[in-house]
Design a protein around this ligand. Structure first.
Ligand SMILES: [Zn+2]
Ligand SMILES: [Zn+2]
Length: 199
């Protein structure tokens, strides 16, 4: 059954602009993918930034970090993709709404002021009202004012899951062997590599 906006907010544990945007993105992607979602075990979500919207994508689509069918691509763009790894068919959604959002920076200033310790109750309430109306705006806006949506074909994402582990020569903790690096003849985990060698 399709998740509601309340489900998504419950999962995220707070109400914000990005959770509303992520909800709209999840809804649009799911609809555009249509039959490609028939077999959810073939479906991956690829997210290109790490914001509150990612929680909405996880809750709405069921693709999660823990299930390893959510991939953090880290390009720093508000881009969300759903892909059927078997067919390669994917829908890519770019959130263009943010391009013009708060162009003069005044919303950001009011947010900063409202969350500062010196903020008056009135300032806080005023900002909260403004935030609520922006969230409503995002929830009601026509899709083509929020997103550009494209159908694309992508190679299947790399498989991840069970891995072989070995103890790190530095700390002794069992570590995925692919994440151990040979340093001066010792296989070290990332944390031990970062520790400067004494002497
Ligand atoms: Zn949030
Ligand atoms: Zn180590």
């Amino acid at each position: 059954m399709e998740k509601s906006f309340d489900d998504v907010v419950d999962f995220h544990r707070h109400l914000c602009l990005d959770i509303a945007m992520g909800y709209r993105a999840g809804k649009a992607l799911t609809r555009e993918m249509g039959k490609e979602l028939r077999n959810m075990k073939d479906v991956f979500a690829i997210v290109e930034n790490e914001t509150c919207a990612v929680d909405a994508i996880q809750e709405f689509t069921g693709c999660t970090l823990g299930k390893r069918n959510l991939i953090l691509a880290g390009t720093g763009k508000p881009v969300y993709i759903l892909q059927n790894a078997k067919s390669g068919q994917a829908v890519r959604l770019y959130c263009k709404y943010w391009e013009t959002f708060d162009a003069d920076g005044s919303f950001g200033k009011r947010r900063k002021q409202a969350s500062s310790p010196e903020a008056t109750t009135e300032e806080q309430q005023l900002f909260q009202r403004e935030l609520n109306s922006k969230i409503k705006e995002i929830l009601r806006a026509p899709e083509d004012t929020l997103f550009t949506i494209q159908r694309v074909t992508l190679p299947a994402p790399p498989k991840s899951g069970k891995y072989k582990a070995e103890p790190c020569a530095g700390c002794g903790e069992h570590t995925n062997i692919e994440r151990l690096t040979l340093v001066g003849g010792r296989k070290l985990c990332r944390a031990c590599q970062a520790v400067p060698v004494a002497g």
